[in-house]
Write a protein that binds this ligand. Structure first.
Ligand code: BTN
Length: 330
């Protein structure tokens, strides 16, 4: 990164930090604090709004960040991560935290950013990443498990998220095979797992998660119904706390997955499975496959009743759509 870009990012960070208290700040006060002109503050504010930060401009008074939450870079947060044995790379702006971790992989390493310029979703989609609003992170996990046994991993990550969020009062969360956390048929979080390395040796697994935390009124191009923790909660949520709880749960579940396999999560999946006994369409590169979802097998593959037969569908590059028809008995 050039020193000019670094300087600009540091000014943007400082500005967010000043607005973090959720109070209204006049342009002049912000300019004084940053030692820049009011016109320059206005430019920085514009830039933050372009990055998706939901700032209100209160006429005659200044600027206000309604869904203010602390940045993911303070010392208390960093020491809580090291207490979990996690090393950490933070940036205000990243291309994609998955890409960053892939290029510089470490086991038990977290890469998080406040904004992603090219956040990746599954099947080549973009992941909208408005500034300092949600969680965008990637966790590095080195495993001796062979690649064939990793089919259930995105399901385990989804289970970990629900198990971390439930004690915070987020009930009735569901999982849509293979990688979505949902509430009332709306997407709350997505998981993108990428692998590095030799299939016969230790695998480097990049566990990427995008969780909608404080997004409320995004004029977004998201092509499906979505929700966020703040919408469910009725007010903004402290992101650091959510991230720590998810990581703690994820670490213990990864250990269990490595020792006992997906089979030890099959019951938990069944509790959260949104599509059980529902008509679904599996969207594949070559064609679509319609059927009734019948849960998952002991490796995490989807069981689909189609054409009078129970077929096994592996996650790979497919996605699943719940059809409108709803639930089917039996
Ligand atoms: C999906 O549902 O399509 C998966 C979305 C995964 C998004 C996260 S955000 C953090 C990490 N970095 C990325 O580029 N993608 C994942």
């Amino acid at each position: 990164m050039s020193s000019k870009t670094e300087h600009k990012e540091s000014q943007l960070s400082q500005l967010i930090e000043l607005l973090q208290d959720g109070e209204c700040h006049s342009g002049q006060k912000l300019a004084d604090r940053l030692s820049v002109s009011r016109a320059y503050v206005w430019k920085l504010i514009q830039q933050l709004q372009d990055y998706g930060l939901e700032l209100e401009s209160v006429s005659g008074k200044g600027y206000l960040w309604l869904s203010a939450s602390s940045l993911l870079n303070d010392d208390k947060f960093k020491s809580a991560l090291s207490a979990l044995g996690i090393s950490y790379d933070y940036s205000l702006i990243s291309q994609s935290t998955n890409e960053e971790l892939k290029n510089n992989f470490c086991d038990k390493h977290l890469v998080a950013a406040e904004y992603q310029e090219a956040g990746r979703g599954r099947r080549g989609r973009n992941w909208q990443s408005p500034m300092a609003t949600n969680l965008y992170f990637s966790y590095g996990w080195k495993t001796e498990l062979p690649v064939q046994q990793l089919g259930g991993l995105s399901l385990v990550v989804g289970i970990s998220m629900v198990e971390a969020l439930e004690p915070m009062g987020f009930d009735d969360l569901k999982l849509k095979w293979p990688n979505d956390v949902r509430f009332a048929q709306k997407k709350l979080a997505g998981i993108l797992i990428e692998l590095n390395g030799d299939a016969s040796g230790d695998l480097e697994v990049i566990i990427g998660v995008g969780l909608n935390v404080n997004m409320q009124n995004q004029k977004s191009e998201i092509d499906q119904d979505w929700t966020s923790l703040a919408i469910l909660n009725g007010k903004p949520i402290a992101r650091q706390n959510v991230l720590l709880l998810i990581l703690e749960k994820l670490q213990s579940n990864l250990k269990r997955f490595e020792q006992n396999g997906f089979i030890s999560f099959q019951d938990a999946w069944n509790c959260y499975d949104e599509t059980l006994n529902k008509e679904v369409t599996i969207i594949r590169a070559q064609d679509d496959l319609h059927g009734v979802a019948k849960g998952v097998d002991d490796t995490g593959a989807l069981l689909l009743e189609a054409d009078g037969e129970l077929q096994t569908v592996y996650a790979g590059e497919v996605s699943l759509r719940v059809d409108d028809v709803g639930s089917v008995n039996g």
